[in-house]
Ligand binder design. Structure first.
Ligand SMILES: *Cc1c(COP(=O)(O)O)cnc(C)c1O
Length: 394
């Protein structure tokens, strides 16, 4: 094709040089084709079957027959796509049901659904704070929160991971200089699996009239009886802005903010990534409604992933996790990639996470457990890790 040969050479040179530099640091990323075959098994690039201990489908709901059926039924009834943004004609009837259920499960007055978790964070933050305001953020918050903070143009102060006294210091020194203040944390930190100190932060926020926001991407459906981090921490009523995603334990796609009615109404009126993007495909919304049904009513389903994570961590001599996520910090990028490749050779898919997703020198395997893992999958994983010399103190 002639046209491609005429790409400006400076453009390709830029891209190639950039990629080569990343390659040299073992930081280049490559897509592999993952054909999921059932809840937790997959074939990568057409290779042999691997059991995945790496995805965020904590309850296996993305392949649950009732959820898949609900998605299909929604598509048949309302079409493959929404056809327009929600404020135009894309607000199909399943949205109302979904938002009602989200509010119920999170214990808030209302909920507002966005196109994805990323879009939610990019929308919520700039809608609430601007140039003369302050955001106090945990240093480990998810990348899309960083994007939202930048777009807001508010002053941003980071605090060392989960150190509430630092938040207090920042509030004491700077609260008076700003009209509105948001404190933002992840409910569960995806790379470490720990839970934010929401009760302490919530009380502090109330003292200083700051608004506490948690990103519950990894917490809805997994902790607090499935209701997320505020419930797990006994901080109900202390977190007025509960954001999250429908793409992890819920097994579908989409993001949300659970909050009071005035706040969700403001989002629907002002949040750009709400207004200027097409509504979710009806199938995604139908699937999420059904999945939330299962989360609300099946207690054993919700507790199983963390139980399996604890079993694994115990056997490996690692600290006891409170969530389905168990990090095994390896160190260098090369060593982490190597450990991941070795596990793949014996039938397990466990991704090596590297900078900039995690801090330099802390490349790691991140194991995530799902209700659809069978007991013997976990036993085999433990045996394989031990044989490879991975693990903690024991
Ligand atoms: C995955 C994730 C998101 C993004 O959610 P999507 O719906 O996948 O866009 C946001 N925050 C955290 C903490 C996440 O882990």
């Amino acid at each position: 094709m002639k046209r491609f040969e005429q790409a400006p050479s400076s453009l390709d040179a830029f891209a190639t040089t950039k990629l080569d530099a990343l390659e040299a640091k073992n930081q280049r990323r490559c897509l592999v084709t993952s054909a999921r075959a059932g809840a937790m098994s997959m074939h990568v690039d057409g290779g042999p079957e691997l059991i995945s201990f790496t995805d965020n489908d904590y309850l296996g709901l993305s392949t649950h027959p009732d959820v898949v059926e609900a998605a299909a039924a929604a598509a048949h009834r309302f079409g493959a796509g929404a056809g327009a943004s929600r404020l135009v004609t894309g607000n199909h009837p399943l949205y109302t049901e979904l938002e009602k259920r989200l509010a119920r499960i999170k214990g808030t007055e209302d909920a507002c659904v966005f196109g994805s978790g990323y879009l939610a964070n990019v929308g919520i933050i700039p809608t609430l704070v601007g140039k003369n305001d302050l955001i106090i953020a945990d240093e480990l918050v998810h990348t899309c929160i960083h994007a939202g903070m930048q777009l807001s143009r508010a002053t941003v102060r980071f605090f060392p991971h989960s150190e509430v006294t630092h938040v207090h210091d920042i509030l004491k020194a700077e609260r008076a200089k700003h009209s509105r203040v948001i404190i933002v944390v992840d409910g569960v930190y995806s790379m470490d699996g720990d839970i934010a100190p929401l009760k302490e932060l919530g009380l502090l926020a109330a003292d200083y009239d700051a608004w506490l926001m948690n990103d519950d991407a990894h917490a809805l459906g997994t902790i607090g009886g499935g209701r997320g981090s505020a419930h797990a921490c006994g901080a109900e009523g202390l977190v007025p802005l509960q954001m999250g995603t429908l793409s992890k334990a819920v097994g579908s796609y989409g993001g949300y903010l659970a909050a009071s009615k005035p706040v969700t109404d403001l989002m629907r009126t002002r949040a750009r990534p709400f207004i200027y993007t097409t509504g979710l495909p009806p199938a995604a919304v139908g699937a999420a409604v059904k999945a939330l049904d299962l989360i609300e009513h099946d207690r054993a389903l919700v507790t199983r992933p963390t139980m399996l994570a604890q079993r694994f961590a115990h056997a490996m001599g690692l600290p006891k996790p409170d969530t389905p996520i168990v990090p095994l910090v390896i160190g260098t990028e090369a060593d982490a990639l190597n450990a991941s490749a070795n596990l793949a050779d014996v039938g397990f898919k466990v991704i090596a996470f590297r900078p900039p997703t995690v801090p330099e020198g802390t490349s790691r395997l991140r194991f995530s457990f799902s209700a659809s893992h069978r007991d013997h999958d976990v036993e085999r994983l433990i045996a394989a890790c031990k044989k490879l010399g991975l693990g903690g103190i024991s």
